[in-house]
Design a protein around this ligand. Sequence first.
Ligand code: ADP
Length: 162
Amino acid sequence: MVKTKAVIPGSFDPITYGHIDIIERSAGRFDELHVCVLKNSSKAGTFSIEERMDLIRESVKHLPNVEVHNYNGLLVDFCDKIGAQTIIRGLRAVSDFEYELRLTSMNKKLNSNVETMYMMTSTNYSFISSSVVKEVAQYKADISDFVPLNVQEALKEKFNKK
Ligand code: ADP
């Protein structure tokens, strides 16, 4: 039987409970789930791609069908490379919508075999984003409701160095 494969792309700089929620919920619906760290040219990174991948791996190690990758190219090419027909993205608020619509339309144009599916965030994670978590972590706020322990420690180390 053909395996169902989906890709969750993103910057994951760093991974949050919002991302983990989407990953956990998708992992139950596909045989293989591939988390792919992509470089977002419009966002300056805080963590290196390797650091982000390590933090994701540690955070999803309870999910046996999830693999973590990075890719330096077009997302639809990555999907082709691993034989995935589905991209999963999370939606938090209306403000995400316009960007996502542009992204999805472009990906569809580039490769019409790959379908993008959206998953609504769980309400208790709707306000979490990597950038807001980093912002408050710099001021030593308690971020334990937003990111797992390994990410809390990595953020502490990153910002103590500065
Ligand atoms: P990108 O830079 O591509 O937006 P992100 O790492 O910010 O990458 O997000 C990756 C995916 O996870 C996106 O689909 C984003 O909408 C989703 N996401 C991020 N935070 C949350 C959250 N709190 N709840 C649900 N989805 C989220």
